[in-house]
Design a protein around this ligand. Structure first.
Ligand code: FES
Length: 90
């Protein structure tokens, strides 16, 4: 049994252990990753300011989620794209 989770954020894999696994994705993005383009306003899933894209595997499309109401432990193995990870295509 693993004692950590793995989440890919904007192309970088993050290994998260212990109590840190139970914080919200929004707080982790803002405080640990410095991805402050993800905003928090209502922190209860209503306003959408914290929206990021996520997918569980490479064969499915990314879907928007409210990162303020998801714990990291729920996202083990997922890929996340924040506004910082978006690139304009030429
Ligand atoms: S902060 Fe409002 S939906 Fe997440």
């Amino acid at each position: 049994m693993r004692d950590h989770i793995l989440i890919n954020i904007n192309g970088t894999t993050h290994r998260i252990e212990g109590d840190a696994s139970f914080q919200t994705l929004a707080n982790y993005l803002r405080q640990d990753v410095a991805a402050t383009g993800t905003k928090t306003v209502c922190e209860e899933g209503d306003c959408g300011a914290c929206t990021v894209l996520t997918r569980r595997s490479a064969d499915v499309d990314y879907r928007p989620v409210n990162s303020c109401i998801l714990n990291l432990a729920q996202l083990d193995g997922s890929s996340i794209v924040t506004v910082e990870g978006l690139r304009a295509s030429a």
